[in-house]
Ligand binder design. Structure first.
Ligand SMILES: Nc1ncnc2c1ncn2[C@@H]1O[C@H](COP(=O)(O)OP(=O)(O)OP(=O)(O)O)[C@@H](O)[C@H]1O
Length: 247
């Protein structure tokens, strides 16, 4: 269980309270600058809020050592760092002692074919897949035990259509073991398909927290994104299928 109470971070987050249960997948949505990355950094214990606190499994984040946190939570940041000419294999070994990529990760991320290539010779999407693999392998033991907190900041950025869906399916699979997952991105349709719950942010505040279908309402989206939207509804399957901009 993860719980945040009255988080304030000057100029970035205002009075945010939330919680996340074992096995839940939450997608954070909201306009640029809304505070999604800042919130993920606070939940990871990498940014200390000016007031309020975050508790992971009943213990304040600041009472965990960095080593303890590094074994049970991962934060994949937006930026791709590949200044060094390390190979993909060397980069993975740096973060994990495991000799092999777990099959679930390989199935979704498909990176075995370029293990021997230098990271900085890969395409943007390929590099993103390596970055995801590395972040998840870092805490793979905790993930296998269903004990992990997985925080991913715009993980689908640069991924092709098929890999976006494979990643979302992987995330939901990992949650079935009891892991907690928070993912920020800008794809309303992926949230409609895969999120258990949505945190909608705007102007550094959490403006809605609820079941996906309840939060992704036309009126709410139009207010937050300041544009007209339309939502297509599949009446046979009784679910939302697509959100699109209405010109
Ligand atoms: N290092 C920083 N120092 C001070 N302010 C920052 C810093 N990083 C971001 N901000 C500001 O904090 C606010 C929230 O930024 P944040 O990066 O959390 O938004 P975001 O929702 O992740 O945006 P995006 O969708 O563009 O990635 C913005 O007003 C931003 O300009």
């Amino acid at each position: 269980m993860l719980a945040a109470k009255h988080i304030q971070l000057h100029g970035r987050l205002q009075n945010i309270s939330l919680n996340l249960a074992a096995g839940e997948v939450v997608h954070i949505l909201g306009p640029n600058g809304a505070g999604k990355s800042s919130l993920l950094s606070v939940l990871a214990g990498l940014l200390t809020p000016n007031s309020g606190d975050v508790q992971l499994k009943g213990k304040k984040l600041q009472d965990y050592s960095l080593v303890e946190l590094a074994h049970c939570r991962t934060l994949m940041e937006q930026q791709l760092h590949s200044a060094f000419a390390l190979s993909v294999q060397e980069s993975l070994s740096f973060y994990s002692q495991r000799p092999k990529i777990p099959p679930e990760l390989e199935h979704a991320l498909e990176i075995t074919d370029f293990l021997s290539r230098p990271l900085n010779h890969l395409s943007g999407g390929e590099r993103r897949r390596v970055q995801l693999c590395r972040s998840l392998m870092q805490i793979w033991t905790a993930i296998e035990q269903g004990n992990a907190l997985i925080l991913l900041d715009e993980p689908v950025q640069g991924l092709d259509f098929a890999h976006q869906h494979k990643l979302c399916q992987l995330i939901n699979l990992l949650a079935t073991h009891g892991n907690m997952v928070v993912v920020s991105h800008h794809q309303l349709n992926l949230a409609q398909m895969y999120a258990h719950r949505v945190w909608l942010m705007s102007s550094q505040q959490l403006v809605a927290d609820g079941l996906t279908a309840d939060v992704l309402q036309q009126e709410t989206l139009e207010r937050v994104f300041q544009c007209r939207v339309r939502i297509a509804f599949d009446s046979e399957q009784n679910k939302l299928i697509q959100t699109y901009l209405d010109y």
